[in-house]
Write a protein that binds this ligand. Structure first.
Ligand code: O7M
Length: 245
């Protein structure tokens, strides 16, 4: 894992990864909270989100805002992001579109204050490049989905080599690979050795954080095991202690 790394002969300076690394070293965890729901609800207000983030901020390095949260928060997302400078904010819209629309959407998300956007890699190098250009203009980052965690992800997971080739072509070295399938994490890491891997699927989906890290994951993305637990602070803190001591 390096904020400046070499992909396909190109050196990549990534302000998003630099910021994330600085925060995670200071907080001594590599945990990204996936905020899709609070308790059982996927509809919530700004105050509720602020309250949750204020409580867990010490134990997490970043927040991945999924579409349910973004739809709930709307324009107030900007205020929430501005209030927590000690967290990175990742927009998880899993963009999968033509290059022009990937670029436009990424630009709009960076204007909203996000540090990084998530794009599907299967759409091809040009779409990834468009998001990457928007990220470079904004001083942000792009994370590409190389493989997925759910049992049905057969199509995307049987094309990992192709997905990685698109990432290499677009000079993207931040990738998503599933904690539910450590073999795929290892495959992604050996395909792009300088990459930074974000691994979802820990806990509720059955993945084991430690196994994911041993396989090559750099950051764990965890949602419901924290947000749906009766005590999100305790859940986040005990996960951090279990994995990073
Ligand atoms: O811990 P959970 O299961 O409550 O949440 C997992 C989060 O990770 C949730 O926000 C999903 O959208 C995301 N995710 C997966 O669960 N599987 C994937 O393959 C990919 C992602 C993801 O974050 O992609 C960017």
């Amino acid at each position: 894992m390096s904020p400046s790394s070499c992909v396909g002969g190109f050196t990549i300076q990534d302000p998003f990864l630099s910021k994330l690394r600085e925060i995670s070293e200071r907080k001594r965890n590599r945990l990204i909270l996936a905020l899709d729901s609070i308790g059982e609800r996927s509809s919530f207000g700004e105050e509720e989100v602020r309250e949750l983030l204020d409580k867990v901020r010490k134990h997490v390095s970043g927040i991945k805002l999924g579409l349910p949260a973004e739809i709930s928060l709307g324009k107030s997302t900007e205020r929430v992001i501005g209030s927590f400078p000690d967290l990175v904010f990742i927009a998880d819209w899993k963009l999968a579109d033509i290059p022009e629309v990937c670029g436009l959407t990424s630009r709009a998300l960076f204007e909203r204050g996000f540090d990084a956007v998530i794009v599907h890699s299967f759409v091809g190098a040009k779409s990834l490049e468009a998001a990457k250009r928007a990220a470079e203009e904004a001083g942000g980052g792009v994370i590409a989905v190389a493989a997925m965690s759910h049992p049905d992800a057969t199509l995307v997971n049987s094309n990992v080599d192709q997905n990685l080739m698109f990432c290499r072509m677009a000079r993207i070295n931040s990738l998503v690979a599933p904690a539910t399938n450590p073999k795929i994490i290892s495959k992604v890491k050996s395909g792009l050795p300088d990459s930074t891997i974000f691994s979802p699927g820990v806990g509720t989906q059955g993945g084991e954080g430690r196994e994911a890290i041993l396989a090559g994951a750099d950051y764990l993305i965890v949602g419901r095991s924290i947000t749906s637990s009766g005590d999100p602070v305790r859940s986040a803190a005990s996960l951090v202690t279990r994995i990073w001591g």
